[in-house]
Design a protein around this ligand. Structure first.
Ligand code: HEC
Length: 117
């Protein structure tokens, strides 16, 4: 087994070894980059769910986030537009508190994304 590998590698070829090491390093960098972009995408979705659990789940049922409460209306089949949802989140409605001083615009956007797909 070891002999076979030794025979396969060209002997005394520092250029070949350097090329081999470079390829391995580039592969690792590429693979890492791939992992990082994949993770940051997951974080965006995760954020919306986390935000919902922290700020909305105490009152609303929304299956997507495994949240169940009937203080406020069920949000599973919302018929209102994204603009209206944003308006309600920012300024509240009836017994729902307003969140304009609690959530920043990125957080509101993450929440809105939850309702989009
Ligand atoms: C203290 C309880 C409470 C919390 C917390 C709360 N809501 Fe509400 N929400 C309500 C109530 C009550 C209503 C109904 C208001 C009305 O129509 O008078 C409502 C209405 C809504 C509506 C409109 C539903 C419809 O069918 O028209 C949306 C969308 C909504 N809430 C989203 C959210 C989001 C997103 C959060 C988290 C940022 C949140 N709510 C947090 C109580 C709450």
């Amino acid at each position: 087994m070891e002999k076979k590998i030794k025979n396969f590698l060209p002997k005394k070829s520092p250029l070949f070894i350097a090329f081999l090491i470079l390829s391995i390093i580039s592969y690792l960098i590429y693979f890492n980059f791939f992992l990082i972009t994949k993770n940051s995408k997951q974080n965006t979705n995760y954020n919306g769910t986390m935000l919902f659990k922290n700020y909305c789940a105490s009152c609303h049922t929304y299956d997507k986030t495994n949240s169940y409460s009937d203080v406020g209306p069920n949000l599973n089949n919302l018929k209102i537009s994204s603009t209206e949802i944003k308006e309600i989140i920012l300024n509240g409605k009836g017994n729902m508190p307003k969140f304009n001083e609690i959530l920043n615009s990125n957080e509101v956007d993450s929440l809105l994304k939850l309702f989009q797909d």
